[in-house]
Write a protein that binds this ligand. Structure first.
Ligand code: TNX
Length: 543
């Protein structure tokens, strides 16, 4: 899939399609600054290439980055690609017709930095960073400079050899939270599918995976103190395009979290509350106001279920919230937990605000930073620094902008995922179907979303009064009412999420009135040419 992404977005736009193709490195998201050494000899990866971790490399995380790179290169090339510590032997290696790939961790600096520098030439590759994450992102850039076959299984060898063009890159992200989401509640996705998805998003330097773990149709995460959530609530799913129930044990979840962490991706788990709770209410009818089991739900409607705000249910509801969010926080090393808050259409306004206050304060008591959908901005007592997820349109309708702004007014920040451009479950214009003949995607967010639309929005230009500093990041969201398999998920998400990855990482593009004067690299980047117009027949090579 990465190959498809890159082939579509990069090679499909190779020289001829992009005005300044000679000077733009074939990397998505486009780096902050770059200087191509046009005319210089490229780096050549051969059977004697080694990966050298420079210095004393006390950091196991750096060794892990080196091993991940080595594993990928070995699979694609069949070469040995040893990993060792020490100093790269540039001159010796050059004489043998190759050079080392060096990874160097700077001393001091900001441990949370994602910045890196990448030097590529015929005397080797050198990636430097203040923190391991930067080295990992630098590795992703290197992968994209190599021929697309580097992401393959080893069957295809590139015609021109394993070369990467000579270039100097200095790079760091615009936003610190660059996410994809995956709805594992409507249809369940097994651990291996999630790992594959993590590999794909990390290649685009997305560093958060929001897992939508619960909804009306299913509850997907084991909670020991409320076992029927998964024993009952994990056995159902949407049945539109085929059923896919299931749930993660705590070991499964830990495996996902660790796999993601090794790729510098943080898992943000979402328990959707107080609406979207039919699976929980079916498992524990004592959570409903009338105590009656609502039955399981396999359709795709939203907004009908709700926790009960009535005082006589306060004890059981607050115990449920504390147990669920407590266990979830305990198994989540990342700083965030997401408590939903969307589309509680069946919860009276006063009850909704009361429940939001209880949900968010119980969530904050776990020590995590709380994330919720923009509707939660209806409360004026949100916890300190709470993050709101804006999923209205790029031209806000109704009170969506006000509700989102409420988070900022209360000292929090926003995640931007406008549904008309950042919802990967919206149909493509030609409305393709899956292998079973079912249509893929929904249309409610202003119809089809093209690749250009997914790429053509600016996070600071949506909610009035919300500026760069008020925005934590961007999200490419995948809801799975119509999506049953990881193949279909990838088809919907890529390449559209590549545009969102670039919005989240690359420098803010110049205002439209400044684009008349083309910027000369490496000073700043132009927004890439419209990608969907590129020819589909491409070599798949970025060199
Ligand atoms: C809206 S976005 C939802 C989800 C649906 C999605 C389908 C949001 C916060 N809620 O429940 O799955 O639309 O596109």
């Amino acid at each position: 899939v990465l190959t498809t992404v890159l082939a579509t977005l990069l090679a499909g736009c190779a020289p001829g399609d992009v005005a300044n193709a000679d000077s733009v490195p074939g990397i998505i998201p486009l780096p902050d600054s770059y200087e191509p050494h046009t005319g210089d000899e490229p780096f050549r990866l051969t059977e004697s290439t080694r990966i050298v971790v420079e210095g004393d490399a006390g950091s196991p995380a750096v060794a892990d980055v080196a091993e991940l790179l080595a594993a990928r290169l070995r699979i694609a090339t069949g070469y040995e690609i040893p990993v060792l510590q020490g100093e790269p032997e540039t001159s010796l290696r050059q004489a043998q017709g190759t050079a080392d790939i060096a990874l160097a961790l700077g001393d001091g600096g900001d441990p949370s930095s994602e910045a890196y520098a990448l030097e590529v030439g015929d005397d080797g590759v050198r990636i430097t960073a203040d923190a391991p994450a930067g080295l990992f992102w630098g590795v992703q850039s290197l992968r994209q400079l190599l021929p697309a076959e580097i992401d393959g299984a080893g069957a295809a060898q590139p015609d021109g050899g394993w070369v990467a063009p000579a270039v100097s890159i200095e790079d760091s992200p615009r936003f610190s939270y660059r996410a994809a989401s995956l709805d594992v509640a409507r249809h369940f996705f097994p651990v291996d599918d999630v790992k594959r998805y993590i590999d794909e998003i990390a290649a685009l330097k997305l560093n958060v995976l929001q897992l939508h773990l619960t909804d009306d149709q299913g509850w997907r995460i084991r909670i020991d103190s409320w076992p029927k959530l998964t024993e009952v609530g994990g056995q159902t799913s949407v049945e539109l395009n085929g059923s896919r129930p299931g749930f993660y044990t705590k070991d499964d979840y830990r495996e996902i979290v660790e796999y993601a962490a090794a790729r510098f991706v943080t898992i943000v788990p979402e328990i959707d509350l107080p609406g979207h709770t039919n699976a929980a209410l079916h498992a524990y009818p004592e959570l409903t106001c009338d105590g009656v089991d609502p039955g399981s739900y396999a359709g795709i409607d939203v907004g009908f279920s709700s926790l009960c705000a009535a005082p006589e249910r306060a004890e059981v509801t607050d115990r449920f919230l504390a147990d669920v969010l407590g266990e979830l926080a305990a198994m989540t090393p990342g700083p965030w937990i997401h408590v939903g808050g969307d589309e509680a259409h069946n919860t009276p306004k006063a009850d909704y605000v009361d429940l939001v206050n209880r949900i968010t304060s119980i969530a904050a008591a776990t020590g995590k930073t709380v994330v919720g959908w923009h509707e939660m901005g209806a409360s004026t007592s949100l916890p300190d620094g709470m993050i709101g997820g804006y999923w209205g349109f790029t031209r806000p309708e109704g009170d969506s902008a006000d509700l989102a702004k409420s988070f900022v007014d209360q000292g929090g920040k926003l995640l931007m995922m406008p549904a008309d451009v950042a919802y990967m479950d919206m149909v493509y214009p030609d409305r393709p179907q899956n292998a079973l003949g079912h249509s893929l995607g929904l249309e409610w967010a202003q119809g089809a979303t093209t690749i250009e639309e997914a790429y053509g929005w600016e996070p600071t230009a949506i909610v009035p009064g919300v500026d760069e500093d008020d925005i934590l990041g961007v999200v490419a969201a995948l809801w799975t009412e119509t999506i049953t398999s990881i193949d279909d998920a990838e088809f919907m998400v890529f390449p559209r999420a590549a545009g969102i990855a670039e919005i989240g990482w690359s420098p803010k593009p110049p205002e439209p009135d400044q684009t008349a004067v083309p910027a000369s690299p490496p000073a700043s980047r132009p927004r890439r040419a419209a990608t969907a117009t590129c020819p589909a027949t491409s070599s798949g090579s970025s060199t």
